[in-house]
Design a protein around this ligand. Sequence first.
Ligand code: SF4
Length: 179
Amino acid sequence: MARPRIGISACLAGEPVRYDGTDRRQPVLLDWLRGFAELSSACPEVGIGLGVPRPTIGLVRVDGRTRVRGVADPSRDLTAALDDFARAQLPWLHTLDGYVFKARSPSCGVRAVPRRLEDGGEDREGQGHFAAFVQARFPGLPLADEEQLRDEAQRAAFEAAAWAYWRHRARGGADADNR
Ligand code: SF4
């Protein structure tokens, strides 16, 4: 049966791709998603060639822009590599009807990602670099993180939005919107 196709951060799907070699498998979330959708996973950090395990990276404000840099070695700037990875995913992203991202990741977080500021402080106003690309390029695509989807009402809203996007895409509307 044709049904929505949902992108998901690979660590949430159970792949041991995190910086420390672990995963963040979410059995309840996965069972629910698989009840109405096909899942397709990606890990941006592995996708740009970072190993597992790997040194941690984070968001940093520099000259009014947010960069992705090594935490222990801030001279290591991965922003351009993540941009290249994101652009290379466009054909795959065009096949999706929603995306579930790992919360608070500098690559995957959709909201409230910690960010180091130029004055030495920190806020929680950042967005993961890959998630920000997906949201900017596909403004109508339903996005959420696993923490939002613990709430029953938010799960119902996400599922309804994914089905609506799927119907819109089946009519060719989403591709036209996102050209
Ligand atoms: S949060 Fe994103 S970048 Fe980090 S391990 Fe999970 S899939 Fe990879």
